[in-house]
Design a protein around this ligand. Structure first.
Ligand code: A3D
Length: 320
């Protein structure tokens, strides 16, 4: 069986980590693309030279030409600029929208059958623009955010309870911004929901509230520590989990920025909801019942995403 081909569009911090993970997991051959000359070539050569030691077989190629994307099964897009301290994700909109238009055209021309995962911020608006620019079916274009936000929530909860991260499940929905919605009643330790764990005396509601706030600010916490860019190990691992579910038809249920066309009462917008990812792409949008404060928080988050998506429509009316 021929190996899968995975194209990484953007070869910066996340792009480099993605390439390394694809190799270590033997998910397929890699093409690293970037506008910066030498970066994708240098990183791919460096990772290829690690393959005899780590024991993986994968072709690693660096390029500055979109032609090299031809026939890619998966494209993971990180092209653009990341945040610096003091910047919000939304501050990146103007620059990164132009990048999405270029990248979308490249994917449309050379990899129209690929499953596309966008990571570039501000995520929900950028994946919307990328889907419009690439003209690929909406179920083949998703945004990575919920897997990362949920992983952060899971890690903090596992640390709080002193249990394995493997036994903690968590759900974070809504846009990838300060208004994201960590859902405590759908978050569990081995199936026991968080509100029950509070009743059982494992923790207090005040501690859960603190963890929710830390999760919401998870990206900024790392930006402030690094000072020169944003998180890249966990974002890369999150996108790889999504790519793996597509390539191996695992049908994992994961929160992703997915195109909503009526689901959750939302139209023509990408926002974080649980989806099933399999060989057909987004095979199902899971519509959970949201009530009370959760519904309110979700609607507020959708509103924030729609404001950014509307800004994209104004700046780039050709996308419509
Ligand atoms: P960085 O290390 O700067 O890499 C970005 C790369 O994109 C650089 O190598 C640039 O040369 C390249 N680039 C810029 N313009 C273009 C273009 N037109 N075509 C091709 N390549 C281009 O950033 P990073 O890897 O740390 O982050 C990449 C993106 O992911 C940023 O927008 C971050 O904000 C975003 N990000 C999102 C999350 C989410 O959870 C959604 C988390 C972390 C980072």
């Amino acid at each position: 069986m021929a190996r899968n081909k995975i194209a990484l569009i953007g070869s910066g911090q996340i792009g480099g980590t993605l390439a390394h993970l694809v190799g270590l997991k033997e998910l397929g051959d890699v093409v690293m693309f970037d506008i910066a000359e030498g970066i994708p070539q240098g990183k791919s050569l460096d990772i290829a030279q690690s393959s005899p030691i780590s024991g993986f077989d994968a072709e690693m190629k660096g390029t500055n030409s979109y032609e090299a994307l031809a026939g890619a099964d998966v494209c993971i897009v990180t092209a653009g600029v990341p945040r610096k301290p003091g910047m919000s994700r939304d501050d990146l909109l103007g620059i990164n929208l132009k990048v999405m238009e270029q990248v979308g055209a490249g994917i449309s021309k050379y990899a129209p059958d690929a499953f596309v995962i966008c990571i570039t911020n501000p995520l929900d608006a950028m994946v919307w623009a990328l889907q419009k620019a690439s003209k690929l079916p909406a179920k083949k274009v998703v945004g990575m955010a919920g897997v990362l936000d949920s992983a952060r929530f899971r890690y903090f909860l596992a640390d709080e309870f002193n249990v394995s991260v493997e036994d903690v499940t968590a759900f974070v929905l809504g846009g990838h911004g300060d208004s994201m919605v960590p859902l405590t009643r759908y978050s569990t330790v081995a199936g026991i929901p968080l509100p029950d764990l509070v009743k059982m005396g494992w923790t207090s509601q005040a501690r859960i509230d603190e963890i929710v706030t830390r999760t919401r600010n998870g990206g900024a916490e790392i930006v402030n520590l690094l000072k020169t860019g944003s998180a890249f190990y966990a974002p890369a691992a999150s996108a790889i989990a999504m790519a793996e579910s597509y390539l191996r038809d695992k049908k994992r249920v994961v929160p992703c920025a997915a195109y909503l066309n009526g689901e959750y009462g939302v139209k023509d917008t990408y926002v974080g909801v649980p989806v099933v990812i399999g060989a057909k792409g987004v095979e199902r949008v899971v519509e959970i019942e949201l009530t009370g404060k959760d519904r309110e928080a979700f609607d507020k988050s959708v509103e924030a995403v729609q404001t950014l998506t509307d800004a994209c429509k104004k700046i780039a009316p050709d996308l419509l």
